[in-house]
Write a new protein. Structure first.
Lengths: 183, 153
């Protein structure tokens, strides 16, 4: 069978073009980490909650503690290795006045308290979420996760994984400054 | 049949049995007895829903199969919603509102998933058209290739 010139050209170019398109699509797919799910709660208000204490003789952490200023809500647990890695940097942030709030997720409050005694306590308020109810309401998939909550008490960002100096300087700090400026 | 052959057959049979066991084991469920609802009808619905929800930690398992603590929380939540009188769709929507459509193992048909659902058919249509087109151009030259003889004839 004899093909016309354009048909021959199309027949030879089409597979190459198809390969090119597929290569780009699949390569883009490889750059995407499937374990970091985008939060569907961005822009939504933090749900109501009232968590029991982690620290001894404390009142815990509840919804009313948020709002009025931009805050960070950090989900952690004494069982969580990456949280321990993140902890020294949280201490550093807390010492510069960053308002950190803690949710001790799926953890025995005594274990959480022990960790805070051992590594230091960066939280203005911290509550225990052993049943995981609040964390489920927040769509938490793992620890650590940190939510940026604006002055109206709405979730504006979710950081999945530890807050590193890079994450802080590139993402969280600029966002907090923007939110504080009232944007 | 030599002894060696027999050994090999036995190994093969053993392998098949092991494979069968493995496949049967794949259907194991992670639901603990203390999670189950007393009402069998409600429990059956909960299990049906759980099979359609993705464990967001171990993403290729449904929450009915997954032993992850978060999957357990989600199973308990589904049961809590059903007990509270939710329909199956309402119970699923409850988790979708928190984790997004990603928790649904069967994605919904909506604008941002059109490509996903219709893509294969579109590709099939394009390929089919190309095939028909190629066959037609070929048939316009029924004499076939006269100049170069078929090397296999």
């Amino acid at each position: 069978m004899r093909l016309s010139r354009p048909a021959l050209l199309a027949a030879s170019v089409a597979p190459l073009a198809l390969f090119g398109v597929l290569a780009v699509v699949l390569w883009a797919g490889l750059q995407h980490d499937p374990s970091t799910l985008p939060s569907v709660l961005i822009g939504k208000p933090v749900p109501a909650f009232d968590l029991g204490p982690v620290r001894e003789g404390d009142r815990g952490f509840r919804r009313d503690d948020l709002g009025g200023k931009v805050t960070l809500v950090n989900v952690w647990g004494s069982w969580c290795g990456a949280c321990k890695m993140e902890h020294p940097y949280l201490m550093q942030l807390a010492s510069t006045g960053v308002p950190l709030y803690g949710v001790d997720w799926k953890d025995d409050p005594a274990d959480g308290a022990k960790t805070l005694k051992l590594l230091g306590d960066p939280y203005q308020r911290v509550g225990n979420d052993q049943a995981g109810r609040l964390s489920l309401d927040l769509g938490v998939t793992g620890a650590p996760e940190t939510f940026v909550v604006d002055r109206q008490g709405r979730i504006r960002y979710k950081q999945i994984g530890p807050i590193t100096p890079e994450v802080w300087h590139d993402t969280l700090q600029p966002l907090i400054q923007r939110l504080e400026a009232g944007q | 049949m030599t002894g060696r052959h027999r050994t090999r057959h036995r190994t093969l049979a053993g392998g098949c049995a092991a494979l069968a066991l493995l496949l049967a084991g794949g259907a194991a469920r992670a639901v603990e007895p203390d999670e189950m609802l007393a009402d069998p009808a409600l429990e059956a619905r909960a299990q049906h829903i759980s099979k359609e929800l993705r464990c967001v930690v171990c993403q290729n398992q449904n929450i009915d199969d997954s032993a992850a603590p978060l999957a357990r929380d989600m199973r308990l939540m589904v049961r809590e919603r059903l007990t509270a009188g939710d329909t199956d769709d309402q119970a699923k929507a409850f988790l979708v509102a928190r984790y997004g459509n990603f928790v649904l193992l069967r994605p919904p048909f909506q604008p941002d998933t059109w490509a996903l659902w219709l893509g294969p058919f579109a590709i099939l249509a394009v390929a089919g058209t190309a095939l028909v087109f190629a066959a037609r151009t070929g048939s316009t030259d029924p004499a076939g290739d006269d100049e170069t003889p078929d090397p296999y004839s």
